[in-house]
Design a protein around this ligand. Sequence first.
Ligand code: AMP
Ligand code: MG
Length: 361
Amino acid sequence: MEKETVVRKIDNKDIEELCHDDSIKLAADIIKSGGLVAFPTETVYGLGADAFLEEAAKKIYSAKGRPSDNPLIVHIANVDDVENIAKDIPDIFYTLAKKYWPGPMTIVLKKRDIIPYATSGGLDTVAVRLPSNDIARALIEAAGVPIAAPSANTSGRPSPTKASHVSEDMDGKIDMIIDGGTVGIGVESTIIDLTSDIPTLLRPGAVTLEMLRKICERVDVDPAIEHLLTGSEAPKAPGMKYKHYAPKADMKLVRGDESAVLRYMKDMIKDCDKPMALLTVDEHKKDLEAEAKGNSDINILSLGSIKNPDSIAHNLFDILRKCDELGVEYILSEVFDESGIGKAIMNRLKKAAGFEIIDLR
Ligand code: AMP
Ligand code: MG
């Protein structure tokens, strides 16, 4: 059933002012009464509900069309709040939290009974994050409860990095959207699991594997990050088994040295027989545009500068959504170095492309 979705814009304010902001108060009241509010975080927009209320968590799954075994991340405003929702917390948690919270890092811990299974996707663990975005923190403070929030997109679509992306997917399905402008990072949080002996990276993000390894003696990498799981491999982050971030078009990645990739893309342009998008970088855009000579079936879209991987992370989901808007039938993207934030970029690109890579090496 359609409902009216209130959209409120909040400009940059300091956290003190935000705590008294009318829109934050309205959003907090909606959360307290079991409703749904989309709000900005530093990574992507989240779709929030009271993490303690089973019925509210269920509404998130229904608005997103999300499978009910794909757990939600619980957002808190102070490190101490973790003790209310998780137990048997290892020392390494506090070291990681001290270094990288507030920020784009989610930590999986053993859950307390107060977290309903509807929030944890039926698991005995809970994923917790303390975001750095001031609007997000003011909202959690004002609501007075931890806020369960997955990304505020329809399940399977690219995560929203702007309020307009949230409206596209959620208008009429949720109570409110807080428009806090375009998010900073653009890819979802890093997820690290601390419930077994060796910390395991379940999803790469802006707190990079290299950064985690500076703190933890050893960090394993979940195989679902690297490749499509085979039938015998069980994913640790249930979300990893679902097709994700997928644009509507058929998408592939092309890997090889720079000149070979450019030659391959130019051949695609020459043989173009359907609307397509080539995802490239600022440094290659002009060269490819010259080859396309204004052919309106060919869209050459830059993800950012190769010298600035953060810009690529920032633009990625917006560009994937643009491909849907353009109605292209085929998308071919360059690949990127997997160090630092590159691991998160490549994880999202591989998932969008169903791990289909044309290897020219
Ligand atoms: P989203 O916020 O939409 O990116 O979704 C949350 C992600 O966190 C999904 O990929 C989940 O599978 C993962 N996640 C949430 N809770 C847990 C948990 N308890 N254990 C492992 N992964 C989790
Ligand atoms: Mg998501």
